[in-house]
Design a protein around this ligand. Structure first.
Ligand code: ADP
Length: 295
């Protein structure tokens, strides 16, 4: 057993758990609404409804996708799912418990079980910290490992995301975009969370790097049983990566029928037209990738 497990017992990893429609819910949003007041001094006051009765489920070990254009409410949904913001109405349940009721403590002891990987990995790390300290931060916050143990664990996490432990002493500016995003994934995995929120996590990377990281994330999900909430504007990634998904448009969700075309992404009628329009609006034609592309 790894020292991290003995020093700070946490939920065991769940190898082999890959979600599925019968897996129990991990994160559940029911009828979630959120409005913002805008205007003020010179502009007329308005209430803007950003989320209008959102239902969403992420299952244990599963991957739920949320796809939608800019302004649809994705970031608002992420902040609510992370417990950073409270909904005006509806309910958010994580691991069977309603959360967000205790605003002073936020997620409290559930905090470690939800981690996030953002789109812009450069902004997501402190440029003055080495890779060891970046990955070591959640280990320091959430485990009782000492400094030497944290370094060893950070090295293992780097190997888990297919990077060399030789990078431990590097600063972020000496890493490529793909390497830095892997470091952010290693940091998210460090406290052995139940759920990782991937907030446009691949959007700033070129297609080949995206494909490699998608593969890595799928492999890590199988190996650790960590569930993902995968938020993207890129509908192409949904069938490649998710086992269930919803389209978010103007604050409302509609489910994607993942089985309608094998595992192809197709939205259930009568939403098909809206989904096709969304796809046409946000997607350039997908460039063909040679079968022997070096992924
Ligand atoms: P997305 O991430 O899909 O682009 P957002 O959740 O960022 O969508 O925003 C949805 C809408 O809510 C936008 O029109 C945005 O201006 C508005 N909005 C988001 N957060 C706030 C806020 N704190 N105050 C006022 N309006 C907000």
């Amino acid at each position: 057993m790894h020292p991290a497990d003995t020093a700070h017992p946490v939920l065991p990893n769940r190898p082999g758990v890959t979600g599925g429609n019968d897996a129990p819910s991990l994160l559940e949003l029911r009828g979630v609404t959120r409005s913002y007041r805008t205007g003020g001094w010179f502009a007329p006051r308005q209430v803007r409804e950003v989320l209008r009765g959102v239902d969403l489920t992420v299952r244990e070990g599963g991957c739920t996708g949320v796809v939608g254009p800019s302004g649809a409410g994705k970031s608002t949904l992420c902040r609510i799912a992370l417990g950073l913001e409270r909904p005006d109405g509806g309910e958010v349940r994580f691991m069977g418990r309603a959360w967000g009721r205790d605003t002073r403590h936020g997620l409290g002891k559930d905090r470690r079980h939800v981690q996030v990987v953002f789109q812009n990995s450069v902004n997501a790390v402190n440029p003055r910290l080495t890779v060891e300290r970046i990955i070591g931060e959640p280990l320091e916050n959430f485990t009782t490992l000492d400094r030497r143990q944290r370094r060893a664990r950070a090295g293992e996490l780097l190997e888990q995301v297919r990077l060399s432990p030789a990078l431990l002493d590097r600063l972020p500016h000496r890493l490529s975009g793909g390497q830095l995003q892997r470091v952010c994934i290693a940091r998210a995995l460090a406290p052995r969370p139940r759920l990782i929120l991937l907030d446009e996590a691949l959007s700033s990377l070129d297609m080949l790097v995206q494909a490699r990281i998608l593969d890595l994330l799928t492999e890590l999900r199988r190996a650790t049983g960590t569930a993902y909430l995968f938020v993207t504007h890129d509908v192409r990634l949904i069938p490649l990566f998710c086992d269930e998904a919803a389209v978010l448009t103007e604050g409302r969700v509609a489910p994607v029928d993942m089985h309608a075309q094998g595992h192809a992404c197709a939205r259930q009628a009568p939403h098909q037209a809206a989904f096709d329009a969304l796809r046409a609006a946000i997607l350039p034609a997908m460039p063909a990738m040679p079968a022997d592309a070096p992924l």
